[in-house]
Design a protein around this ligand. Sequence first.
Ligand SMILES: NC(=O)c1ccc[n+]([C@@H]2O[C@H](COP(=O)([O-])OP(=O)(O)OC[C@H]3O[C@@H](n4cnc5c(N)ncnc54)[C@H](OP(=O)(O)O)[C@@H]3O)[C@@H](O)[C@H]2O)c1
Length: 264
Amino acid sequence: MKQTILVTGASSGFGLQVANRLHQSGFKVIGTSRTPEKHQKLVPFKLLTLDIADDSSIASFGKQLFNEIDQLDVLINNAGYYVSGLAEETSIELGRQQLETNFWGTVKLTNELLPQFRRQKHGKIITIGSIVGLIGLPNGAYYAASKHALEGYFKVLRFELNQFNIKVSMVEPMGFKTNVITNSVAAENRLADYDSYRKKIAKFSNKVFEDAPEPTPVIDTVIKLVTDDNPKFSHPVGKGAPLLLAIQHFAYKTFENSILKRIK
Ligand SMILES: NC(=O)c1ccc[n+]([C@@H]2O[C@H](COP(=O)([O-])OP(=O)(O)OC[C@H]3O[C@@H](n4cnc5c(N)ncnc54)[C@H](OP(=O)(O)O)[C@@H]3O)[C@@H](O)[C@H]2O)c1
């Protein structure tokens, strides 16, 4: 039987490309967007309404999903966004919203679907984390916190769901070309003490995203995970990702001494 796959945030970026590729490969794909009416005509798979930052949206989505399908084989938790800025210049409110979507939204949606996975006694949950869920870099402390939190949460879930034959994996991309920067929200405060550091970091961040490659390696990794019977947990993707991970304990010194010193 055709496997059914749910991709959250399938209107743009990684989610759109993953959903398109899965659809082309013959899987039954359901995608989500907060505004499916804007995107439905442009995609070949069904889009349902979902805002993972809104409890009532998650509840009504759950009902609607199981009107469309009887079985769910794979959940791809991809929806998310980026709050940029230095930590002290970012309001707690923006930070809270970041975790409300990226962490709590992902957890709540997963919880909504777990009863179905347990009943079926099989399933797969693939979550798009980030390289900054594994290491820390400046300019997005709450984003990094939300992605670190996802790592911890799913690391635990992996043990607890194994008895139901539900496999849990993370994909941790470095910077890739999507609409993540256009859709990002910037910190609103300015503290003069940070002026020169902020400028340097902004130059570094702009360069990372200007030079960012197309997302094909991320899409390939997710597709491979969908078809892998025994997937590993962690999948960092991007040039230098394995090296960054290997040196994660030295990441602070590497960044400060080598990368940042080169920015004038
Ligand atoms: N691009 C990168 O370099 C990079 C690196 C590491 C990790 N990531 C992660 O990859 C995932 C996808 O991001 P992307 O780079 O593809 O960015 P993107 O092009 O901006 O796409 C983000 C997707 O998430 C959806 N979304 C945002 N907020 C949502 C909410 N509250 N509820 C439901 N859906 C929501 C959007 O759908 P609608 O607006 O239609 O609702 C959109 O489809 C994110 O989790 C991001 O953190 C990206």
